[in-house]
Design a protein around this ligand. Structure first.
Ligand SMILES: *Cc1c(COP(=O)(O)O)cnc(C)c1O
Length: 341
């Protein structure tokens, strides 16, 4: 397979159009058989449900080359399942898990020339999404939907080395207690845009969102879950029904317990106890885990002992182990690595 002429290690996180994408349409209560297409454009009614009432959901996962040259994805069954959960909450039809995996295989296989080589640090990012496509003007769910999946190569997240983040406690809320925080919906991101632009203008990398009801407990950032490490080496993650269940976070907790022999805890985490932690990281598909060096709560600075120049020791071990599993250097738990053949 001849690779595209791309400077892999200098890629950023941006959209680069690739050759193929997958499309399937839902109409009259059923999905069509779907196909791979070269057409990167979507043509829909000016009144499409997605354009009027934001009926859209998405997923994100990566394909990469392992040390021994295979092309694999990481736990795509969990992305398929989460997308079904998202669809249900927004009254959209489920796209079946086996069809989701088949679409992953087809998009990656047809774009194999865009899968970055092992060691470049780059990956092929896959973006599955679904939206209401027929005209909707009275407020109700669409009756027709389009599922699509495209691929775009993205660069190494820690280009030029790890730089721990500075985050602020946000005055904006991300998700209501019985709202849509636990599903991967575009609407959760639309309402976070003002908060992130404002955070960047104030010199912060990210927002730490609190629970909207009491504003005393840590939830997550706009697009990543928190992991904390206590001074005695326990790994803690916030528990809340309005947090998006990150696949990376769930995998890291498993790695912490089963590979590193650490104690893990999913529980409510109070803003007040942040200064007791030794390490803090943000987890998601993009970075796996990126360290947080400083949390600012309205002028009060909480500096994590791990500092502003490197990952803390536990964060580093978690990162090395999970990326080792993903890249085929460390044996994976059953079912975690899905090879594209
Ligand atoms: C996608 C997402 C994450 C990270 O989930 P992964 O499955 O690990 O990529 C975390 N928080 C939010 C709000 C997200 O949308």
């Amino acid at each position: 397979m001849e690779k595209k002429n791309i400077d892999w290690s200098n890629l950023g996180f941006g959209y680069i159009q690739t050759d193929y994408r997958y499309v399937s349409n839902f109409k009259d209560g059923a999905w069509d058989e779907g196909c791979v297409t070269t057409d990167a454009n979507v043509v829909i009614s000016e009144c499409a449900g997605v354009l009027q009432y934001a009926q859209t959901i998405f997923e994100g996962l990566k394909a990469y080359t392992t040390e021994d040259g295979r092309i694999v994805t990481f736990r795509p069954d969990l992305n398929a399942q989460r997308m079904i959960d998202s669809a249900k909450r927004l009254e959209m039809p489920a796209f079946p898990e086996d069809r989701f995996i088949d679409a992953v295989d087809k998009v990656v296989r047809s774009n194999a020339a865009f899968v970055p080589p092992y060691g470049s640090g780059a990956t092929l990012y896959l973006r599955p999404y679904m939206f209401g496509s027929n005209p909707v003007i009275g407020v109700k769910p669409a009756t027709e939907y389009q599922f699509r999946m495209f691929a775009t190569p993205v660069g190494p997240y820690f280009k030029g080395g790890v730089k721990p983040l500075t985050i602020r406690v946000s005055d904006f809320d991300r998700a209501a207690p019985n709202g849509t925080g636990h599903i991967k919906a575009g609407l959760n991101y639309a309402m976070s845009l003002h908060a992130i632009v404002d955070a960047h203008n104030q010199g912060f990398d990210e927002n730490m969102y609190l629970d909207a009801k009491t504003r005393t407990k840590v939830e997550e950032t706009g697009g990543a879950n928190f992991l904390f490490v206590t001074k005695d080496g326990k790994v803690v993650t916030p528990k809340s029904s309005s947090i998006l269940p990150s696949i990376t976070r769930r995998s890291l907790l498993y790695v912490a317990e089963k590979y590193l022999g650490l104690e893990v805890e999913e529980r409510e985490v109070y803003l007040e106890e942040l200064s007791d932690f030794a390490e803090c990281g943000l987890c998601g598909t993009a970075a796996v885990i990126s360290p947080v060096g400083k949390i600012v709560d309205h002028g009060k600075e909480i500096c994590l002992p791990a500092g502003m120049t490197q990952m803390g020791p536990v964060t580093q071990k978690l990162y090395d182990t999970l990326t080792g599993i993903q890249m085929g250097r460390i044996e994976a738990p059953e079912g975690w690595i899905h090879e594209i053949k």
